[in-house]
Design a protein around this ligand. Structure first.
Ligand code: TYD
Ligand code: MG
Length: 458
C-alpha cells in the first residue's frame, strides 16, 4: 500500500506546511503544527456553505428580517440575539462540567413541545441523557419534552443521514470533538476531523434549514479546541464562563452574524438545572459589612445591561527580585501597563510590590472601562485605606494619564444609583448634564486628579 501523504496543520490558524517546523509559517505561533493526513479533494468538498444565487443589485434585494424562534430559555435567547435562526450554526464552548449539555437539553426539551428537535450525543449514552432529563424534570407528565429525539452516535455520515431523514428544526451535536467522518483516517478530535465535521454539518444546516448547535471543548488556555477555522465557519460563537465553585454561569456571545456580540446571559446552576437570572446587576459584589482596602466597585456594560462588579486588589511587599503581577478575570498585560501609568503620572510606585487583581464572581472583564477601578483598588490596597462607602467608578485610562469616556455612561450611572450607590468617580465626558438624584458625581480628567479626589473623600 502506498504510504499516505501527511501534512502539518497549525492548531491555531489551520495553516499548513509540508514539513514539521517549530513555528507556523502562516500565523507565527510556536509549537502548534500537528501531523494530519493530506486528504484527497472529494467531490463535494468545495461546495459553498451558502446557497448560490445570481448576481443582484443591492437595491433590488428585499431586506427580510431573519425569522427566529425561541430556545425556550430566555437568557439563552438574549445571547443569541433573540433566538435561533433557521439554518444558523451556533458553536458553544466552555470548560468541562460548566453546564453546556444541561443548558442544551433544557432548551431542546422546551423546543420539543412545539417543534422537531434532535439531540445527538457522542459523549453520553441515551440512558444517561434520560437520567439528566429526569433530574431537570423534563419527563413530567405535563411536559411535552418527551417528544425530543435522541441519537447516540459519533459517525458524521450517519448523523447527516438522520438530520436529512428527520428534518428537525434544531439539532444539537454534543460535542464536535467526538464526531468523526469516514472520509478521513485521522482520529476523532484531531484538527482535520473537527474541521471537516464542522464544515459538513454547516453545509447540512444551510441546505436543510435546520439550526445546528455544536458543543466545542476548550483548551487549557480557554480557547475552543481545534482549528480557529471552526469559529470562522459558524454563524455564532458562544462561550460559557464562570467559576465552577460558584453557582453562577455566564454565556457570552463572542461572534454573532445574527445579533449583537458581548450580550451576556446569566444563569444560576441549581439542583434542577440552570435558571436564568434576569436581574444580575448586583451579582458580582461581595457582601462586606464594612468597606475594605483594595476593593473598588466598577460598573461594566455587558451588551445591553450594566453590571456592577467588585474589583479587588492586593498589593504586598515583594520578597523576590521580580515582583508578581497576577490578574484573574482581567487582562494581565493591561495590569502592567496601568501600573506604569500609575507610577509615571500619579507618582505611586509598585516596583517592589506584588500586585494581585481579581474580579469577584468569576466574571471576565475585557473592556478598558475597568482601568480606573483597577488603579483605585491598587492605590487603596497600597495605602491600606478603604475607598468611601457607596463609591463606584468606570473609565478608561490612557497612557498619557488621561481618563477617557466609556460608552453608555448614563446607563451605568442609572444602574448604580438604582442599587443605592451614592458617589461616582467617572470620566469628565461622561458627566451627566442634569444631576442624578441621590448621586454625587465627581468628573475627572486625569488619573492623578481621580486619586486626589478620592483621598479628599476620606
Ligand atoms: P454538564 O452540563 O454535564 O457540563 P458540560 O456538558 O459543560 O461538560 O454539567 C454538569 C454539571 O452541572 C455537573 O457537575 C453537575 C451540575 N448539575 C447541577 O448542579 N444541577 C443539575 O440539575 C444538573 C443537570 C447538573
Ligand atoms: Mg457535556
Amino acid at each position: 500500500m502506498a504510504k499516505q501523504k501527511t501534512l502539518y496543520t497549525c492548531t491555531e490558524c489551520g495553516g499548513q506546511a509540508p514539513k514539521w517546523q517549530g513555528q507556523c509559517p502562516a500565523c507565527g505561533a510556536w509549537n502548534t503544527l500537528v501531523e494530519t493526513i493530506a486528504e484527497p479533494a472529494s467531490a463535494n468538498r468545495f461546495q459553498s456553505l451558502a446557497k448560490s444565487a445570481p448576481v443582484q443589485r443591492l437595491a433590488d434585494i428585499e431586506a427580510a428580517d431573519v425569522p427566529r424562534f425561541s430556545t425556550g430559555v430566555s437568557e439563552f435567547d438574549r445571547v443569541l440575539g433573540g433566538g435561533l435562526v433557521a439554518g444558523g450554526v451556533v458553536l458553544i464552548g466552555g470548560d468541562p462540567g460548566i453546564g453546556k449539555s444541561t443548558l442544551l437539553l433544557q432548551s431542546l426539551g422546551e423546543i420539543a413541545s412545539e417543534r422537531r428537535a434532535l439531540y445527538v450525543s457522542g459523549e453520553e449514552s441515551a440512558a444517561q441523557i434520560a437520567l439528566r432529563a429526569q433530574r431537570l424534570s423534563l419527563l413530567d407528565p405535563q411536559s411535552k419534552a418527551g417528544e425530543l429525539k435522541l441519537l447516540a452516535e459519533i459517525q458524521l455520515e450517519r448523523i447527516q443521514a438522520t438530520i436529512e431523514a428527520e428534518r428537525p428544526d434544531v439539532a444539537v451535536i454534543d460535542s464536535i470533538q467526538t464526531i468523526y467522518s469516514d472520509a478521513l483516517t485521522s482520529a476523532p478530535g484531531s484538527v482535520a476531523q473537527v474541521r471537516e465535521c464542522a464544515a459538513q454539518l454547516t453545509r447540512v444546516a444551510k441546505q436543510s434549514g435546520t439550526a445546528i448547535i455544536m458543543v466545542g471543548h476548550v483548551t487549557k488556555e480557554g480557547n475552543l479546541a481545534g482549528p480557529r477555522v471552526l469559529e470562522h465557519i459558524v454563524d455564532t460563537v458562544l462561550y460559557f464562563e464562570g467559576d465552577t465553585h460558584s453557582s453562577f454561569r455566564l454565556v457570552r456571545a463572542f461572534k454573532n452574524r445574527f445579533g449583537a456580540v458581548n450580550e451576556l446571559g446569566v444563569f444560576a446552576m441549581t439542583e434542577r438545572g440552570l435558571r436564568g437570572v434576569s436581574n444580575p446587576s448586583a451579582l458580582f459584589l461581595s457582601q462586606h459589612e464594612q468597606t475594605v482596602p483594595g476593593s473598588c466597585v466598577l460598573v461594566t456594560q455587558e451588551g445591553s445591561r450594566p453590571l456592577l462588579v467588585e474589583i479587588q486588589a492586593l498589593v504586598d511587599t515583594a520578597h523576590v527580585p521580580n515582583p508578581r503581577r497576577l490578574a484573574v478575570g482581567l487582562e494581565q498585560n493591561r495590569l502592567a501597563l496601568l501600573l506604569a501609568v500609575l507610577h509615571k503620572h500619579a507618582g505611586i510606585a509598585c516596583f517592589d510590590q506584588d500586585v494581585f487583581l481579581n474580579a469577584v464572581g468569576g466574571v471576565k472583564i475585557t473592556e478598558p472601562a475597568a482601568d480606573l477601578a483597577v488603579l483605585l483598588a491598587i492605590q487603596s490596597s497600597l495605602r491600606n485605606k478603604p475607598l468611601p462607602k457607596g463609591l463606584f467608578v468606570f473609565g478608561e485610562v490612557g497612557l498619557a494619564g488621561e481618563i477617557r469616556p466609556s460608552p453608555r455612561g448614563q446607563d451605568r450611572l442609572k444602574e448604580a444609583a438604582k442599587l443605592g450607590f451614592t458617589i461616582a468617580v467617572i470620566p469628565k465626558a461622561n458627566a451627566p448634564k442634569q444631576p442624578v438624584e441621590g448621586l454625587r458625581v465627581i468628573a475627572v480628567e486625569r488619573i492623578e486628579q481621580a486619586i486626589d479626589q478620592v483621598r479628599d473623600l476620606d
